[in-house]
Design a protein around this ligand. Structure first.
Ligand SMILES: Cc1cc2nc3c(=O)[nH]c(=O)nc-3n(C[C@H](O)[C@H](O)[C@H](O)COP(=O)(O)OP(=O)(O)OC[C@H]3O[C@@H](n4cnc5c(N)ncnc54)[C@H](O)[C@@H]3O)c2cc1C
Length: 307
């Protein structure tokens, strides 16, 4: 690695303000951020993740450490002086306009990020920790790596994965066979996705007018089970035992390294960790999908705050 690569951080803090707010649906708020140096904000597209650093109550973003090793400096602070950090997905980047879009799920004022989004106003400030265009190497931070020969794609997630899934689907080439399954809180959360021909998008609202709400994950699990049954023709089953991941204390994050060959299907699954863990068990242990062809990501855990 060159001296320059060591000195230029791959991800770095970008102080930003809210430029615009757009309520996309009952559960989604698009926040467009602007900042003087967002022309240096890189993105690989797809499920590109970033961190959002939020001001502490009654304070501003000057609490974000200015040290080049911002993370080390942040960790060295007493806990009550550390700005909360949460993980989000880049929905769009327009470096020429110095703008970044992030779609927030509004899940009530239960956590710092959602509470911030519930009352966000133009001019509000946060810090985005994002990929640095000045870094001389690959910036990474995304997990969408379908092998070129995968004849079918299975893309599934809950509302927190909707921004990533929309960004992925919009890049698929026409004619690629893909099942896209999205579980969302209510019917009005079905967003418009620019899906190319060959891509079948199914929205799964937990609640529709006049019905009893479905338990979280039930519709997504049933839809994935059904989709995998339909894919039996492209699967080459090799059932394996799986390590048990305790989703209450650990992180469920198992992603294949980039591959050139697949077992026919490539799956990308993200959402509530307990639900994703159940999908992982079904696909790998019960159906026998090659685990090297599936990315499983626990994006959040019911009843537990992210840290
Ligand atoms: C790679 C990655 C990308 C992500 N991208 C996005 C994105 O683009 N948009 C987005 O909205 N989220 C996204 N998430 C999920 C987001 O990081 C979590 O939902 C996070 O917990 C929100 O922080 P918070 O401060 O609102 O709540 P926390 O302080 O983390 O949690 C407080 C409480 O709220 C609960 N909770 C957290 N999220 C939800 C939810 N969605 N619904 C119901 N209850 C919830 C927790 O279980 C906990 O009980 C992503 C996560 C990862 C790992």
């Amino acid at each position: 690695m060159t001296v320059e690569a060591v000195q230029v951080p791959v991800y770095r803090p970008f102080p930003v303000q809210v430029a615009r707010l757009q309520r996309l649906s009952p559960s989604f708020l698009r926040v467009t951020f602007t900042g003087v140096d967002l022309d240096d904000f890189a993105t690989n597209g797809y499920d590109q993740r970033i961190k959002v650093m939020l001001p502490l109550p009654g304070r501003d973003i000057s609490d974000c450490p200015a040290d080049p090793d911002w993370y080390g400096a942040w960790r060295a602070l007493p806990e009550d002086r550390r700005m909360p950090i949460r993980t989000y997905t880049i929905r769009a980047v327009r470096p020429e306009l110095r703008e970044v879009d992030v779609d927030f799920v509004l899940h009530g004022a239960t956590g710092p990020a959602s509470a911030w989004a519930e009352t966000a106003a133009v001019g509000d400030e946060v810090v985005l920790i994002g990929p640095n265009a000045r870094f001389p190497g690959a910036t990474g931070g995304f997990e969408w790596h379908p092998p070129a020969d995968a004849s079918c794609l299975l893309i599934a997630g809950d509302e927190t994965a909707v921004p990533a899934i929309c960004a992925i689907v919009e890049t698929l080439p026409a004619g690629r066979r893909a099942h896209v399954l999205l579980e969302v809180p209510v019917a009005g959360d079905a967003l418009n996705i620019a899906a190319p021909d060959g891509v079948e998008v199914t929205w799964l609202p937990r609640w529709t007018e006049g019905s009893t709400p479905a338990p979280r994950g039930a519709l997504l699990t049933a839809a994935v089970v059904e989709a995998v049954r339909e894919l039996a023709d492209v699967l080459a089953p090799t059932p394996v035992e799986l390590d048990d991941v305790d989703v209450d204390t650990g992180i469920l994050w198992e992603v294949p390294v980039e591959q050139t060959r697949s077992s026919g299907v490539y799956a990308w699954l993200a959402g509530e960790a307990g639900v994703v863990k159940g999908l992982r068990r079904h696909l790998v242990q019960e159906v026998g999908v090659d685990r090297r062809s599936v990315a499983f990501m626990g994006y959040w855990r019911e009843g537990r705050e992210s840290d």
